[in-house]
Design a protein around this ligand. Structure first.
Ligand code: GDP
Ligand code: MG
Length: 174
């Protein structure tokens, strides 16, 4: 019926320590937690409203070893992906490129994603300028956000909402 919640299964991916858990926790609780178990993999259920429509969101916060073990299953499970790098860590930028490639291979299609450059509060340590993130997102035809999980800000909510809209759009076409 009209009021049935739209489902969005979202998987958070990126290199170690880029702030995946901090972003998810900020989105869900509006708080910042400094230390978060880097090996813990966790799925959160989140009922919300986006564009006046009920949404049943599930968010899978991946972590190193677990991700390696369950990669294929996670990728098939997810409707869309948040690909996170840290703006002060060039390796993490290279890593999202590799991750995106393996996602497309596993899904056999161009997957729904948003690209996120986190830790933008570390202004003096920026190694990946905005324009590079923007260019990569253009190549992927996806949205791009710079965020700070520690400072908060609307971008963190917008990125999840925007990914949901993309997921919804594709589901309506199926
Ligand atoms: P994950 O391994 O990707 O899940 O990363 P975490 O969320 O565990 O964060 C790793 C470290 O980066 C922690 O010490 C966080 O406090 C820190 N961190 C996360 N997000 C930010 C941010 O936006 N700015 C700053 N300065 N530190 C952050
Ligand atoms: Mg984590």
């Amino acid at each position: 019926g009209k009021n049935k919640a739209v489902e969005s299964k979202i998987c958070i991916l990126g290199g170690p320590g880029v702030g995946k858990s901090a972003l998810v926790v900020r989105f869900l609780t509006r708080r910042f937690i400094w230390e978060y178990d880097p090996t813990l993999e966790c799925t959160y259920k989140h009922q919300t409203t986006i564009d006046d429509e009920p949404v049943a969101m599930e968010i899978l916060d991946t972590a190193g070893q677990e991700w390696t073990l369950h990669r294929e299953g996670h990728v098939r499970w997810a409707d869309g992906f948040v690909l996170v790098y840290a703006v002060n860590d060039r390796n993490s930028f290279e890593e999202v490129v590799n991750i995106k490639q393996s996602l497309d291979e596993i899904k056999k299609t161009n997957v729904q994603c948003v690209l996120v450059g986190n830790k933008i509060d570390l202004l003096h340590e920026v190694r990946v300028p905005y324009t590079e993130g923007e260019r990569l997102a253009n190549d992927w035809a996806c949205a791009f956000f710079e965020t700070s999980a520690s400072d908060g800000g609307d971008e963190i909510y917008e990125l999840f909402h925007e990914l949901h809209r993309e997921i919804r759009r594709r589901k309506m076409l199926e």
